[in-house]
Design a protein around this ligand. Structure first.
Ligand code: ATP
Ligand code: MG
Length: 445
């Protein structure tokens, strides 16, 4: 039994009053049946796009994908996506249907959908419409393609990544025939737009079962991320590391908060290790310089997948700095705060904890990171001066002392460094006196 929210029930009633069969469909039915809160409600209907427009004539409507039969009605309860029953015809580009045919039968509409658990419809009076055994699969935690799996992944290769994403989000196993077809058709992922690959993989990385999905479907994931191929099977041969580079990274991903930037950075932090690996005379593996190489590889990957500038910057900073100490004294913590700010400092704490737990060897490292976090909170609580903005003097004061051009900024930075290091009080008189003294010092030759 599913209780529809008022706005969805009302839209169904409006369409049915006009004579068009209408159902709730897809993710909202799947999530309701498994006891989770749906994040949005989609409807499908026998009404064709122009008929839908007539029914919702007095309301605010977006023509989201009218050609494909999709309309969004902006209701008080949130946007509602409504799609005409349709069959997709022809997939020459391996991604988009060449055309759609509107049909009158809900079963034909469900048949075009990718996985059985998302190919169920629900109606407040007629109940569940489940022609492909979606409910059984839901109960058994199985993702199964609707119909012939090879045909489905050939039509649209994005479904391969959707499958891995659902496995990670729901913790479901992919049914063996479906998984085998995903693997046979994995070469078709090249036809999927970079943005879509990025979004599906981001969803996968942020899933509750990401670590498990990364291990079970590593071959599919690296087909979409060929930059990472060398990580799989790369042995670390090092007493500090129990796992291969890939398994270590998968475990580390599972340890950081499910936030896109953190999860991507965690996946990528060691991607340069295979290229940096050396083995010493005792047979121990080393990876000198790997954070920089990881950053270079991550840079290519984020560019190829068209990450935003902001996301790229965050990910690359975390990858590059994941191995650098954050500070074992208040003074060092303050210095690092000046360099990277509180948000990135906290990100790095999360990354370093994930890395340490993912190694599977040194629990003491994690305890040290909690100590650093405590130190960070302590430094922040002191209301310390950590940026030029907080300094008790500014550029005008420096100009008044007779400095010009770049010398102004240089002096302010020198004063900030001295304050951060505890060598100087952040008071106007102390700072001005120190600036004057510095101006009288002879220039270094
Ligand atoms: P979620 O919204 O939680 O990611 P969902 O199952 O609702 O999951 P959507 O992308 O919102 O996924 O799509 C809604 C429904 O449309 C799906 O349940 C599925 O039935 C169908 N669908 C979406 N994309 C595809 C696709 N590429 N191929 C086949 N069916 C699809
Ligand atoms: Mg959805």
């Amino acid at each position: 039994m599913i209780t529809l929210p008022t706005h969805a029930a009302r839209a169904i009633a409006q369409l049915e009053a006009a004579g068009y069969e209408t159902w709730a469909v897809g993710g909202c039915v799947r999530d309701s049946l498994r006891g989770a809160e749906p994040h949005d409600w989609d409807l499908c209907t026998a009404a064709k796009p122009d008929q839908m427009q007539a029914v919702f004539a007095g309301e605010r409507v977006l023509e989201t994908g009218l050609k494909h039969g999709t309309l969004t009605v902006l209701t008080g309860g949130g946007p509602l996506e409504i799609t005409s029953f349709r069959m997709d015809c022809g997939y020459t580009d391996g991604r988009h249907p060449d055309g759609v045919r509107f049909v009158t039968d809900v079963t034909a509409d469900l048949a075009r959908r990718d996985f059985t658990v998302g190919a169920m419809a629900w109606h407040p009076e007629r109940g569940l419409c489940d022609p492909f055994g979606g409910q059984d699969d839901l109960q058994n935690g199985v993702l199964r393609a609707v119909g012939d799996p090879d045909a489905r992944f050939t039509e649209d290769a994005l479904r391969i990544l959707r499958g891995v994403r659902f496995a990670s989000q729901l913790g479901f196993a992919i049914e063996p025939e479906t998984a085998a077809a995903m693997r046979r058709q994995v070469g078709r992922l090249v036809s999927v737009a970079a943005e879509r690959v990025r979004e599906e993989l981001t969803g996968m990385l942020c899933g509750r079962f990401a670590q498990r999905a990364l291990m079970a479907y590593s071959d599919i994931i690296i087909a979409a991320l060929p930059e990472l191929i060398p990580m799989v099977g790369c042995e670390q041969q090092n007493p500090h590391h129990l796992y291969t580079v890939w398994e270590h990274s998968a475990r580390a991903v599972g340890q950081v908060p499910a936030e896109p930037g953190l999860r991507w950075a965690m996946l990528l932090h060691d991607c340069g290790k295979p290229a940096c690996k050396t083995v010493d005379e005792n047979g121990v593996g080393h990876f000198y310089g790997h954070p920089q190489v990881s950053r270079e590889i991550a840079e290519q990957l984020t560019r190829r997948l068209r990450f935003s500038g902001e996301q790229t910057e965050r990910i690359l900073l975390l990858v590059e700095q994941h191995d650098r100490p954050l500070g074992d004294s208040d003074k060092l913590v303050r210095r690092r705060l000046v360099q990277i700010g509180e948000a990135r400092f906290r990100d790095l704490l999360a990354i370093k904890k994930g890395d340490a737990v993912g190694q599977g060897t040194h629990p003491d490292n994690v305890a040290e990171l909690f100590e650093t976090e405590r130190r960070l909170n302590h430094v922040l609580a002191q209301d310390a001066c950590l940026s030029l903005r907080q300094l008790a003097v500014d550029g005008n004061d420096m100009t008044a002392l007779g400095l010009h051009g770049p010398a102004v900024g240089e002096m302010l930075h020198a004063l900030l460094d001295a304050v951060v290091d505890g060598a100087l009080d952040n008071t106007r008189s102390a700072l001005l006196a120190d600036a004057r003294a510095r101006m009288e010092e002879p220039y270094d030759q």
